[in-house]
Design a protein around this ligand. Sequence first.
Ligand code: ADP
Ligand code: MG
Ligand code: ZN
Length: 482
Amino acid sequence: MNSKYEIVIGLEVHVQLTTASKIFCGCSTRFGASPNSQTCPVCLGLPGALPVLNRRAVEMAIMAGLATRCTIAERSVFARKNYFYPDLPKGYQISQFELPVCVHGRLEIETEGGGKKSVGITRIHMEEDAGKLLHPDSPAAGSVSYVDLNRACTPLLEVVSEPDMRSSDEAVAYLKKLHQIVVYLGVCDGNMEEGSFRCDANVSIRPWGQKEFGTRAEIKNVNSFRFVKQAIDYEVERQAELIEEGGKVVQETRLFDPNTGMTRSMRGKEEAHDYRYFPDPDLVPLVISPEWVEQVRLGLPELPEAKIERFVGEYALPRYDAEVLSADRALADYFEAAVAAGANPKAGSNWVMGEVTRALNAEGIDIERSPVSPQMLAGMLRRIDDGTISGKIAKTVFDEMWKSGKEADAIIEEKGLKQVTDTGAIEAVIDEILAANPGQVEEYRSGKEKVFGFFVGQVMKASKGKANPAAVNELLKKKLNM
Ligand code: ADP
Ligand code: MG
Ligand code: ZN
């Protein structure tokens, strides 16, 4: 990274809301339907059709605003942003401009050094999405493009940050935090590949100590966390080189190309649109009463930061565990359900972060669809606690639960996996092993204590892993030292 310049970044994030219907009409927002099957006169922009605001979308905007400590505006206004493009049938996009629904929020991020930093949120406004252009590149299709208006009129939030970030890592941390919050709230599915969460990055640099910001470039639609970092890092280098060569950064919109890792100019300031914003006469101002805000506040789910604190306090988990579990709301719920069903919290946490996550990843499924329920996991952990099975055998039981969907008790019974704690039985096995390995016994007794592990292994193997490890250790020591 160039050390002569300070980096300044502000992000504009588009969050697609999870409402069942569109923001100004009743059409479905479902992804992947056949082109133009989810349209009506309103979202097709037919003359005379009038928009009606979706109440649920407003609720989601309030939720996002509250979770990012914004002030919710009692009165906000929808405006027309005018421009011409084939994916925009009305010739304007309905958006909020001068009076957005949420203002003056902030988000806490962790910085590289492990410190905390507050990033300001300038505003959150509501708007409708445009349609999608399809450019088939097969020769058979000829030189045509198609318009799919299923996405037109889908509700979006645009979250605009202050230019508070000072590195690409901070930008990614902010983006991940925002992503986590909207997914936690359930207002966005978070799917970046499908475009449900997309980001424009504004980047500038300035010599250290300079007060004024440098001229920024805006990089459009960077659709993964990795690309955001790459795009910013590239852009910073480009601007620094330009200045070093005596050039000047010009204000422009640039596009990131994931194939080359570079950004290239899309349009300059001169070609920037004059959107001729004005209040949409078809929509009355949006009025949100303080009572409505309070009602939404009461319905907010617990957010990650609060959950982490609670997990540390209530279950005495290490902070690391609390953070891993709280990163995903469903994972945290699974863990808590297991504890509610009687699992020891630390053991439960270990298993959820370990075996459960591993098995889910191996099959590529979400925790909601885990064949081992939290109750089943708890049932198995109780059998470790009461000494019925060892931690090692538990792995076998878990795999079997995963495959068969049966309870731990049934599997332990069927497969005869009960731990052998009967000292008589263990002693008999030990005697056999010692008799069969006189050489190693000699070594041990002459001071080579390392072979102890060999004996433990042999006994466990002979008992098919079922001998109680503590008992094996104790009895082996006794017999070898005789
Ligand atoms: P526009 O609507 O034209 O994109 P805004 O003034 O709303 O312009 O700013 C958009 C984003 O650009 C905000 O996130 C803001 O923090 C960021 N930004 C503004 N100035 C700079 C700058 N000099 N360097 C980096 N980011 C900036
Ligand atoms: Mg912008
Ligand atoms: Zn419609």
